[in-house]
Design a protein around this ligand. Structure first.
Ligand code: R2B
Ligand code: URA
Length: 302
């Protein structure tokens, strides 16, 4: 359970160039502090939920409204609160924000910079960021929910590497261990198959994840299997494409964050995702139930 200090904590940016009373344009999410009242729109935010696709985030917001009995402003319903951009969509249901992050590290990292600035300017307190995604599993039944303890890059190192002003910068990619444990316990209470382990995060779905079915493949089946086994031995149980940036940026800013992703296949057995969409939706429903239980435990929806 979050401490009273955590609940009162505001998002603190790590940028001495930014003044608190500045005018700021959050370009990719189509918000401008001169045109939008960030405090009125987002000051009460407690949980920011993220996932890849825009439709899935709309459905998640609708499902949370139904599941948690959240009352929406009369006559308004659930609307995309960032209609000025088509890069991302964002729905707000009470203190819960649902926003899509697209695919890959660059897309989620742009969003995370702007979300952190938004939460800071809005004066939101005790905010938790949670990604709900899909992934490939290692030695797990499809449908298993993986809760990341930390994220490893394609060299199996637990940091995000960037080139800033032409120089290499490494940022530790770890998640809040209390939050990961709490989500795992909630999953267990709901009889949902879940594990907490390291997540491999790559910048490509095909070659970097050791798939032999991309348009290009220059390694053998043996090399593929050896890489997946090496990842498994390093503690990896799932593979996806955003956790590294989520872990590194939130850890640097002191924002409590978690990454849950449901496995669509066991990568020891296959490369192609062959599940039909109704089964994927059913698997994603498992994460919704864990998330709803988490939000309920926080008593934040009135
Ligand atoms: C999981 O699924 C997507 C690729 O299919 C990517 O966004 C991810 O992390
Ligand atoms: N998403 C990924 O990044 N990899 C998978 O194998 C499945 C979903």
């Amino acid at each position: 359970m979050a401490s009273t200090r955590d609940q009162a904590a505001q998002v603190r940016l790590a940028n001495p160039h930014l003044q608190d009373d500045r005018h700021d344009v959050l370009y990719h999410i189509g918000l401008d502090s001169r045109k939008h009242d960030f405090k009125a729109m987002f000051g009460d935010t407690k949980v920011v939920c993220m996932g890849g696709s825009s439709n899935r985030m709309k459905r998640l917001a609708e499902d949370l409204v139904a599941e948690l009995g959240i009352r929406l402003p009369t006559g308004q319903g659930l609307v995309n609160v960032i209609p000025n951009t088509d890069r991302y969509v964002m729905y707000k249901a009470g203190p819960i924000v649902c926003v899509n992050h697209g695919m890959g590290i660059p897309s989620i990292s742009i969003l995370l910079h702007e979300l952190a600035k938004l939460m800071s300017l809005a004066g939101a307190t005790g905010v938790t960021f949670i990604r709900l995604g899909t992934c490939g599993g290692l030695g797990l039944e499809p449908g298993t929910v993986c809760i990341s303890s930390r994220s490893l890059n394609s060299q199996l190192q637990s940091h995000l590497s960037q080139f800033i002003l032409g120089q290499p910068v490494q940022r530790e990619a770890v998640f809040d261990s209390d939050l990961a444990r709490e989500l795992l316990q909630l999953a267990s209470g709901l009889n949902i198959e879940a594990v907490s382990a390291a997540t491999l995060c790559t910048s490509d779905f095909y070659e970097e994840q050791g798939r032999t079915d991309g348009a290009i493949c220059e390694f053998s089946m043996e090399q593929r299997n050896e890489f997946l086994q090496r990842a498994f031995e390093a503690g990896v149980r799932n593979i996806e494409m955003e956790s590294l940036a989520l872990a590194a940026i939130t850890h640097r800013l002191g924002i409590r964050a978690a990454c849950m992703a449901v496995t669509l296949l066991d990568r020891f057995k296959q490369d192609q995702v062959q599940l039909d969409h109704s089964l994927i939706a059913q698997f994603e429903g498992r994460m919704l139930r864990i998330l709803a239980a988490f939000i309920r435990s926080r008593n934040i929806c009135g």
